[in-house]
Every structure is written in structure tokens, then in C-alpha cells.
Design a protein around this ligand. Sequence first.
Ligand code: SF4
Ligand code: SF4
Length: 229
Amino acid sequence: MEEKGLSAAFERLNRSAFRRRFKLSAAMKRYVAEKGLETIRRHAEDFVRQRLAPAHPPNDGRQTPMKGHPVFLAQHATATCCRGCLNRWWHVPLNVPLTALQQQKIVNLILAWILRQVFVCRCCGACCRIPDGIVRVSEREIARIAAFLGEDEETFIAAETELSPDRKSLILKSRADGACVYLTEDNRCRIHPVKPDKCRTFPYEWTNPDSHHICPGLRVCSTGPDGMI
Ligand code: SF4
Ligand code: SF4
């Protein structure tokens, strides 16, 4: 798949009225919650390996039912339902077996769609007050946040950022208790409309082994030990 990142992939999918119409029903959401995301991931890996990975999958074009399993719905929603869609949408070559990396990327896209369907943020702010958690900010993000706050970039950099521990980039400052300086008392983000990509994409596009302990929204939809998306 040549799409650069899950955000770009979902932006593209969202422009398709056909792909947008797929949603998980309440029963399907319950199924995901009961099984946990790690089990659903294993189901997705099996489906992709058996039904998509061969150079010439049996019944290609009709191998993915429209109902019966959340992964099937996710495959239609993400244009990973047959080799024709994979080729048209994600430029995956026809008539050759899928590599292990291609299969993994397809499964990641499927799981990311399912997580978007089932995840409910509790607005607890726990992900914004992780001791030693860091939020790197790019030049583009600095410009955007400074403009939002009505500050010039140099003032913003001096007052609100510091050098990362690995000295490779700037990060947002934290308070003494580890909370981000932009977290309000009622657990809102003061710069929500322009918050950095690192914040915007959690937990839809990245998690780490601690995320399920930290985030109550993730805990209820995954029973896996690490749940890497
Ligand atoms: S910028 Fe906003 S979302 Fe990101 S850590 Fe700070 S308060 Fe949380
Ligand atoms: S820790 Fe999870 S549930 Fe809490 S605010 Fe962050 S994303 Fe939402």
C-alpha cells in the first residue's frame, strides 16, 4: 500500500460515499468488545492470509461477505475486500502473493477502522498527564499553535516548549506533576483545534504497551496485553 499513513488513507476513504456508508451495528460492536481487539486482529490476519494473500484468491471479487463479522465490514469500508479493490485503491499489484508486510499493513488499516467505530473517549485526560510522556512538535505545528494562541513563534518556543530528552526536537512543556501545560482543570485541551498530530492520532493510529493501562477507552475494547494498532 503506497498511502502515506493511516490519516491520509482515512481522508481518502471518507471522500467515497460508498465506503463511508459501512458502519458497525450495535451487535457487531458488542462482539468486538467481548472478543477484544487482539482476537479481532487475529481474525483479520487469518482472513487476509486465506482470502487475499494468494496470487489468485478463490472467488476473487466476491470473497468478502457484506455481513457476519466486523472484519468483513471493515474490509469493505477500507477497500481491502478483494484484490481488485486493493489494486485500485492502494496500488497493490495483481497476480502476485501479498508479502507479509502488505498483509500487516492491510490488517492495520482494518483494525484502525474498527477502533474508530468502537472507541469512546472518556475525556479523562489521562493520556495528557503521563509522567515522562513527551509530545514532539514540528515546525508546522509550532506555527499553527502559536497562531492559535495569538503569539509569535519565537515567544511560543521560548515559553511553551523545551528540548526533548534525546535533543532531537522540541516538545511541549509539562507541569511538575507531568501534565501537559495545555490540559485544563476539567480535562480539556486548551489548544484542541490545533493540537499536535501525536495527540490527534492517539489511540487511533498508535499505542504503546502502556496505553491500555492508561486509557480507559482502550481498556474496554481490548483484552490484549499490548494491543499495538
Ligand atoms: S496538547 Fe492537548 S491533547 Fe496534547 S497532551 Fe497537551 S492537553 Fe493533551
Ligand atoms: S486516556 Fe483515553 S479515554 Fe482518557 S482522554 Fe485520553 S484517549 Fe480519552
